[in-house]
Design a protein around this ligand. Structure first.
Ligand SMILES: C[C@H](O)CC(=O)SCCNC(=O)CCNC(=O)[C@H](O)C(C)(C)COP(=O)(O)OP(=O)(O)OC[C@H]1O[C@@H](n2cnc3c(N)ncnc32)[C@H](O)[C@@H]1OP(=O)(O)O
Length: 724
């Protein structure tokens, strides 16, 4: 079946309106491109057509080239790359050459992204609505624009703005696009097509100039200035991620076009683009794009036809770090919030934290001062449950104390209305236990936010076998409302994200006890692409939390826990992490971390208490071996989550690892990365280590089966258990 097409309507005034139609985002699939070529050809041939307007169906211009098409195996009949090239040549030849017989105007509503905006930029003029979003986000996919975007955008909006839009994948709204010269007029959606048609006819009648963006130079800086700007951009791009080459390639391609002319630039764009499309980084980022969108597709839930109920007011119990962060996330996205604390002092502190969170958004330019006041007015603080009657959802966010949580849930059942969703932000405790003193387990679910809750993009939704499907649908909708990516998982100690990564910390302590350096491990892990190593992270989270969650894991998974004494020893010396300015690192007034030479003292003590004989081989591990030793147990735990049905699909765990733990997205997430080694390699390594170092490395059945059968880790097991 064809994936989309274009249609052409020739109006009485002689304008051919060509409409791209490929729901939901009018992506430029191979079928759309072929159809566009046919329609354009016909419009250029027909004597009753004077000009062309290009637009998209249902209020969306185009979300860009069809990302699925990159992974299609090129065949003789359908070589993907040459299709793109054909279009490239086609648009350059017919719509761009000085003697192009008929002008084109793009009529843009909704989105014009990637190839969509590139097509629009080939046109002789662009008219958009004020809410339209125009951008070139290709770098997020590990590629560069392939239809001339690297050449045309700087010529339309100027070099600095183009670099910002490209390197940060930042789109412009219609009004701003107009200010920067990317669009020529902003009109309402109702007037869009008629204005674009009039504009096109006025170009025909020489009443308006016919600009060819590729040949404009008026917005380009002089050569010396160009070099300065581009070199600065190179430094910034490297600072942002030293492991990524494609932003640098993008800058080189822009430079080529400015120095050697647009044709040379287009040529380089095509050659470099081809290479990047085939890179592992691009494959990984494309995988993440689809994985992220697949998390809310939940078998036997999202296909039941349930409609999410309206969530208007959310009540939060506990205004600590998590509670105030959650409140910030909710009010920032226009939900009414009631924040409950036990006394005035705690309530004031909680509200102050919310204010500080909002102020940091204002400081970073992500919120205006007027918005700050508006959002804050959505928050009210309370000391009892009276107003909880009006809440559609309650999120409990108190300390990890089971009896306290049980009491709160029993109270909530009394005070809230009978449809209210009762959610807990626990990061480890079994939901059945939390709801044990209630008779409304069908309304109980986990809504696990990650700290800082207003900034981290993931929401882990936990459901037990008693949680109703409607509650899951409603929480998915809350995630959407507050612009977080949800993953829905089953109930167990640590749920999916924390449980998957608990071996990571365990192995880190194991390696240190056996002779590796704390700071070297952190360095290797950050070099791999994680935002911080396990020891810097332990400092940030605080040793109290680390001890509490380790206790939970020890109870639930004793056979694969490594019992290091290190944190306990440090706690005894009042080192509690970053909050006390002393943890594995020392912290100055600005919270800058520096290594502490005294660490050896604690490590020696930990080793002697555990009677550890150092393994002479371990300190000689290469960086790659350290990464494997720390992350293959994470893969192993992820396999258990799939086997037990706690997680539904490997790609959910990829998203969880990236958004919850900062696993580098350009590696595709933990399972995608693991599949690049293959199950057998990982199994063999773990088996080997487990012989010497025990259960922490013991490969699980899921991994072992896949290693034997030569299957990928992402392939779902037949008859896997399900907790969902
Ligand atoms: C040659 C060129 O230079 C190369 C390119 O153009 S590469 C593509 C560049 N374009 C992009 O990166 C834009 C990607 N898309 C987006 O950012 C967002 O989808 C959007 C802003 C367009 C719409 O967002 P939103 O309304 O939230 O819808 P969203 O859930 O993301 O997408 C809806 C569906 O369209 C699909 N989709 C979106 N853009 C797509 C694209 N470019 N290709 C294929 N599918 C796409 C999604 O996978 C999703 O499919 P599903 O319903 O089966 O899960």
């Amino acid at each position: 079946m064809a994936r989309g097409s274009t249609s052409m309507e020739v109006r009485r005034d002689g304008v051919a309106v060509i409409t791209v139609s490929n729901p939901p985002v009018n992506a430029l699939s191979l079928d759309v491109i072929a159809s566009l070529q046919r329609d354009y050809g016909e419009a250029l041939r027909r004597s009753d057509v004077k000009a062309i307007v290009l637009t998209g169906a249902k209020g969306r211009f185009s979300g860009g080239f069809d990302i699925n098409a990159f992974d299609k195996k090129p065949s003789k009949d359908c070589p993907v790359l040459s299709f793109v090239n054909k279009l490239n040549i086609y648009v350059v030849k017919f719509m761009l050459l000085p003697d192009a017989p008929k002008p084109s105007v793009a009529a843009i509503d909704g989105v014009a992204l990637g190839g969509g905006l590139e097509l629009a930029m080939v046109c002789h003029a662009r008219v958009s609505t004020s809410s339209a979003q125009l951008g070139l986000p290709e770098l997020q996919l590990g590629i560069i624009p392939g239809l001339g975007g690297t050449q045309r955008l700087p010529r339309l909006v100027g070099l600095p703005k183009a670099l910002e839009m490209l390197l940060m994948s930042k789109p412009l709204k219609g009004v701003e696009a107009h200010k920067f010269g990317l669009v020529d007029a902003v009109v309402s959606a109702d007037e869009l097509i008629s204005t674009a048609c009039s504009w096109a006819l006025e170009i025909v009648e020489d009443k308006r100039p016919s600009f060819r963006s590729l040949h404009r130079t008026d917005r380009l800086p002089a050569l010396e200035e160009t070099k300065k700007i581009l070199n600065f951009a190179r430094v910034q791009a490297q600072k942002q991620s030293a492991s990524l080459q494609h932003p640098l390639v993008c800058i080189d391609v822009i430079e080529e076009g400015i120095i050697s002319g647009p044709r040379a630039g287009l040529m380089k764009e095509t050659l470099c683009g081809k290479m990047l499309e085939m890179s592992q980084i691009s494959k990984s980022l494309r995988h993440v794009f689809f994985a992220q969108r697949a998390t809310s597709k939940i078998p036997n839930i999202s296909n039941l036809g349930l409609t999410p109920r309206r969530i208007h007011k959310v009540a939060i119990v506990g205004g600590g770090l998590m509670g105030s962060g959650i409140a910030t996330a909710l009010i920032s996205n226009n939900l009414l919030v009631i924040l409950k604390e036990v006394n005035e002092q705690f309530l004031d502190a909680g509200i102050s934290r919310v204010k500080a969170n909002l102020q940091s958004l204002v400081k970073r330019g992500q919120m205006t001062k007027e918005d700050y006041e508006k959002k804050l007015s959505l928050l009210s603080g309370v000391l009892d449950y009276e107003q909880f009657r009006e809440a559609d959802v309650v999120i409990e966010a108190v300390i990890e104390d089971l009896s306290l949580k049980q009491k709160i849930f029993a109270d909530l059942e009394k005070y809230c209305h009978s449809n209210c969703i009762l959610a807990t932000n626990t990061s480890t405790i079994d939901l059945h236990l939390i709801g044990q003193k209630t008779s409304c387990q069908d309304r109980i679910a986990g809504a696990h936010f990650f700290s800082p809750a207003h900034a981290m993009p993931l929401l882990e939704i936990i459901r037990t076998h008693r949680t109703s499907s409607q509650v899951v649908i409603d929480l998915l909708n809350v995630a959407k409302q507050i612009r977080k990516t949800p993953i829905v998982v089953g109930n167990c100690t640590g749920f999916a994200v924390n449980r998957m990564f608990f071996p990571f910390t365990q192995v880190a302590y194991f390696l240190v006890d056996y002779g590796l350096d704390v700071y070297h491990i952190d360095h290797v892990i950050t070099k791999f692409g994680m935002p911080m190593g396990p020891f810097r992270l332990a400092d940030l989270v605080g040793f109290g939390v680390a001890i509490a969650s380790r206790k939970q894991y020890l109870q639930s998974y004793p056979e694969r826990c490594y019992k290091s004494m290190l944190i306990q020893i440090m706690l005894e010396e009042n080192r509690t992490g970053e909050s006390s300015r002393k943890g594995f690192y020392l912290y100055d007034d600005k919270r800058k971390a520096s290594p502490d030479p005294e660490m050896n003292k604690y490590i020696e003590k930990s080793r002697s208490m555990a009677s550890i004989v150092q393994d002479p081989k371990l300190p000689k591990l290469t960086d790659d071996e350290i990464v494997e030793m720390m992350l293959f147990p994470v893969v192993n735990e992820a396999c258990r989550l799939l086997d037990e049905g706690v997680a539904m699909k490997a790609s959910d765990l990829d998203v969880a690892s990236i958004m919850g733990r900062g696993f580098p997205s350009y590696r595709g997430g933990v399972m995608f990365w693991a599949d690049s080694f293959g199950a057998k390699y990982i199994y063999d390594r773990l088996k080997d280590w487990s012989k010497y170092h025990g259960g922490i490395f013991e490969p699980c059945e899921y991994l072992s089966t896949r290693a034997r059968q030569g299957l990928s880790l992402a392939a779902m097991a037949d008859g896997a258990m399900s907790r969902l």
